[in-house]
Design a protein around this ligand. Structure first.
Ligand SMILES: [Zn+2]
Length: 146
């Protein structure tokens, strides 16, 4: 692949340049371990797209739903003198229905579009190259028939 900007043949896949220039090292020091993160300017230049956030939010939402049903179940037992078994089944059913509905809403409204966008960026990154001479980042030419 020659650079389309300057014509230099010294080019490299972005993913490769990123991996080569990024390193986590652990060194033993008195009293523990030290972690070092090092990255060359080239690797930072070729960094992949960031993953969309949402994991922490989803965990918090799930914890919130569990807490709500535990509380609602306790209240139901106290208020209506329901049998423990009946309440447990009702809580479990309500929990799964709510989690399912929240997941559908989450992915339907925003999670999906963010994920699709990320997948597109990742795919583009996988096909991108960097020029070691001028730093231009460009897309790999599609290989027809490959
Ligand atoms: Zn170039």
């Amino acid at each position: 692949m020659n650079c389309p900007e300057c014509g230099s043949p010294e080019t490299k896949k972005c993913s490769l340049a990123y991996e080569e220039g990024t390193s986590y090292t652990r060194t033993e020091v008195p009293g523990g371990k030290e972690e070092h993160f090092s990255q060359t300017p080239l690797a930072a230049h070729c960094a992949p797209p960031e993953k969309p956030a949402g994991g922490a939010f989803k965990a918090a939402a799930t914890a919130g739903i569990i807490a709500f049903f535990a509380w609602a179940g306790y209240k139901a037992v106290m208020a209506f003198k329901l049998s423990f078994h009946w309440t447990l089944w009702a809580m479990a059913g309500g929990f799964f229905i709510t989690v399912g509905a929240v997941r559908i809403l989450w992915y339907g409204l925003m999670g999906k579009s963010k994920k699709v966008r990320y997948d597109e960026l990742s795919a583009a990154w996988e096909r991108s190259w960097v020029c070691l001479k001028c730093g231009a980042i460009f897309a790999e030419e599609p290989h027809f028939g490959a």
